[in-house]
Design a protein around this ligand. Structure first.
Ligand code: APR
Ligand code: PHB
Length: 389
């Protein structure tokens, strides 16, 4: 089998790239390790930057997003019983959209199926060959059938545990990592959100986040120990702890209910450089990971896809290699700025086991500065709504 662009990974990065290429008449084949149902069962964050919304519009997949998504013009930040709002549109004239990343992926799958886009599920033993040549190819297995896919380019959209990053030789790769000493325990509940906007909470007991998917489906998180497991937390214990971490007036109106999903995610900052090796290009979680504070995972994958999609268009439509040659540097410039914001926002809101009383004073002073200084709020707002592509 032959295609122009072989895409490893059928998550949001791979599917967004495939659909954008399709709209421009560029063929691709997606190889996905899991089943479609498994991919669409993943619960992920739900805040979208305007850049991703514009890409979904360009891909012809934004109708349901605009119909069901919620525009948010600001967010709330609390510490103890204090709470203040950062107004995005006051500082940047850009809102964000609250719409589940699972729904983004679902919309992309629906578009690929409408277009008859080739995707192979439950592929195994994917190997990328000749990435450092002008005729790379992939080998893989489906069941007992060995297969080969000839291509011009390979897009490694296979996430943090994928094969693409590992294909780049160790002596070429430079990796940077920070592992955070806590996790996020997340609960999905069929309850009305406690507030119409998100609340990011710093409390002496640890971080909490009040989010939502729609007006009858809420998403809550509390910072927890890495030694915890979801089964250690009854719903009652979760709700009680959440109430102790958000302002009393919010806690008093919190509507609780049974969890329909409960999971713990570890937090990590990670970047691999370069994001290109020959005809192999890394996109999204295959190249970088951010802590979820600020919901930059998919939004940073989207900017990678934007750069790679336009680079490939330039190659096929104009015969120019400028875009593919500049991809890694351009993508990494924005990746590092997003890594910084996610790290800063995490440092501002979480309690760290090794924090001294002075460190806590610095955290509260930073929160007070953010609360009282318009320039500080503008800097935060510009990062939160998404830096320019
Ligand atoms: N072969 C084929 N597919 C693979 C392989 C492999 N060897 N390894 C992983 N995959 C698939 C996974 O099953 C998954 O569906 O690649 C996909 C990667 O998807 P994600 O991990 O969601 O990464 P990405 O598409 O970059 O999404 C970026 O969006 O999902 C949100 O916040 C999340 O940060 C994440 C962001
Ligand atoms: C979510 O709704 O899951 C969410 C929102 C904002 C974040 C992280 C997660 O920063």
């Amino acid at each position: 089998m032959k295609t122009q662009v072989a895409i490893v990974g059928g998550g949001p990065s791979g599917m967004l790239l495939a659909q954008l290429l399709h709209v421009r008449g560029i063929d691709s084949v997606v190889l996905e390790r899991k089943t479609k149902d498994y991919v669409l069962s993943r619960i992920r964050a739900g805040v979208l930057e305007q850049g991703l919304i514009s890409l979904m519009e360009e891909a012809g997949c934004a109708d349901r997003m605009h119909a069901e998504g919620f525009t948010h013009n600001g967010t709330l930040i609390s510490y103890g019983d204090e709470m203040f709002r950062v107004d995005f549109t006051e500082h940047t004239d850009k809102p964000v959209m609250v719409y589940g990343q699972t729904e983004v992926t679902r919309d992309l799958y629906a578009a690929r199926e409408r277009a008859g886009g080739p995707i192979e599920f439950e592929v195994e033993d994917v190997e990328i060959h000749g990435a450092d040549t002008t005729s790379p190819y992939l080998t893989y297995r489906v069941g007992t059938q060995e297969r080969r896919l000839e291509c011009d380019f390979v897009a490694g959209c296979d996430g943090f545990h994928g094969v693409s990053r590992q294909t780049i030789p160790l002596d070429v790769r430079r990796e940077y990592e920070k592992v955070y000493p806590f996790g996020w325990l997340g609960v999905l509940s069929e309850t009305p959100p406690v507030n119409e906007e998100l609340i990011y909470a710093n409390s002496e007991r640890g971080f909490a986040l009040c989010s939502m998917r729609n007006d009858t489906l809420s998403r809550y998180y509390i910072q927890c120990s890495l030694s915890d497991s979801p089964n250690d937390w009854t719903d009652a214990a979760f709700w009680e702890e959440l109430k102790r971490r958000i302002p009393k007036d919010q806690a008093d109106k919190l509507v609780t209910g049974p969890s329909i999903e409960k999971s713990i995610a570890p937090l990590r900052s990670f970047v691999t450089e370069p994001m290109r090796w020959g005809r192999l290009f890394l996109c999204g979680d295959a190249a970088h990971i951010v802590p979820p504070t600020g919901a930059k995972g998919l939004n940073t994958a989207a900017s990678d896809v934007h750069y790679l999609y336009n680079a490939l268009r330039d190659f096929y439509e104009n015969g120019s290699e400028a875009g593919i040659d500049g991809y890694s540097e351009k993508a990494l410039d924005r990746v590092w700025k997003t890594e910084r914001f996610s790290w800063w926002f995490s440092s501002l809101l979480h309690r760290y086991p090794d924090q001294s009383p002075f460190d806590i004073k610095m955290q509260v002073a930073e929160l007070e500065f953010l609360r009282s200084n318009k320039a500080a709020q503008r800097a935060m707002a510009e990062n939160y709504v998404g830096l320019p592509y």
